[in-house]
Write a protein that binds this ligand. Structure first.
Ligand SMILES: [Zn+2]
Length: 306
């Protein structure tokens, strides 16, 4: 993997796992899709380690190793969010200078129990701390540290998605900096994508509901718009998101159960309606318009030999 900075003109796609454990076949399928989208459109492909929250020792190395093992290539060294605190704080300062940030002292429970407007969307911040007086803020600062929230000027946004078409979702006063000082996921993703020249975001469709917030935040920060493709998830037999407890779902466990890497890749590609004989063949045949729109129900092979 050459360590080059991709040319921003060319654009880039990315895969951004959280190093909380080994990747499972659902994560690998999303990674392969992100790579296919990027490479088939002449873009660079980047890997970013989203380790602000849940980093387990050794997980990053294992994830990068598995991505390489299935045949993915990326064009610059993987970037770690935990090393980029300054760039997120810079973005918050820019929003503060524009008067778009306020302190929030709410606990989760207070947010859940707060009275809300009759048509307020589920899960949206009710605005409790939006208009506190300086006196009220001074008092609450003595009780608990504040999170920083965006003072959003809209309550919804429509984004374009390659697989979902127009998608309209909630924009609320989202958290920028958590009250433990850690940059919030939505902020970090938006800042990283922009600063890394990412103009194509391919990820699991469970993240579609956060996309209007992220697109709005990107706009406020003056970042160029990105293309989105939210791809179907991999589910277990019960129709729930695939997880480690569903049996042999990681590359290592699948190998133990008798599926070597080429077989795993072949099954992933087959589930996407692509030639199952390898990534180059799949890339040549890749057409986003022909991707399946339903989840893939994954049946793990029987227990391993161990
Ligand atoms: Zn609050």
């Amino acid at each position: 993997m050459p360590a080059e900075t991709p040319s921003p003109r060319q654009g880039a796609g990315r895969f951004a796992p959280s190093p909380s454990g080994e990747l499972h076949i659902g994560n690998l399928r999303t990674a392969i899709l992100a790579w296919l989208f990027a490479r088939s459109s002449g873009r660079s492909f980047l890997v970013r380690v989203e380790d602000l929250d849940r980093a387990r020792a050794g997980a990053e190395e294992a994830q990068l190793r598995d991505l390489a093992a299935v045949g993915l290539t990326w064009d610059a060294q993987a970037v770690r969010q935990s090393e980029r605190g300054d760039v997120y704080r810079d973005a918050v300062h820019r929003l503060q200078d524009a008067g778009l940030v306020y302190e929030c002292f709410c606990t989760r429970r207070e947010i859940a129990e707060a009275p809300r407007a009759p048509h307020a969307p589920e899960g949206a911040y009710p605005g409790t701390c939006r208009n506190l007086t300086e006196e009220q803020r001074a008092r609450r600062r003595r009780e608990r540290p504040a999170a920083l929230r965006l003072r959003a000027g809209v309550d919804s946004r429509t984004v374009r998605d390659a697989l979902h078409g127009g998608y309209t979702g909630v924009v609320d006063d989202l958290v920028l900096l958590r009250n433990d000082g850690v940059p919030a996921y939505n902020l970090a993703v938006v800042v990283d994508d922009a600063l890394q020249g990412v103009d194509q975001v391919v990820r699991g469709e469970d993240l579609l509901p956060s996309t209007p917030r992220q697109a709005y935040l990107a706009e406020l920060l003056g970042y160029p718009p990105v293309e989105y493709a939210h791809v179907p998830l991999v589910l277990n037999r019960e129709g729930r998101r695939l997880a480690k407890r569903d049996g042999a779902v990681t590359l290592a466990a699948l190998a133990d159960a008798g599926w070597a890497v080429p077989e795993v890749v072949g099954r992933i590609l087959g589930s996407l309606g692509l030639p199952a004989d390898g990534l180059p063949q799949a890339l040549a045949a890749f057409d986003p318009a022909r991707l399946p729109r339903e989840a893939w129900i994954f049946e793990p092979p029987a227990a391993g030999r161990r």
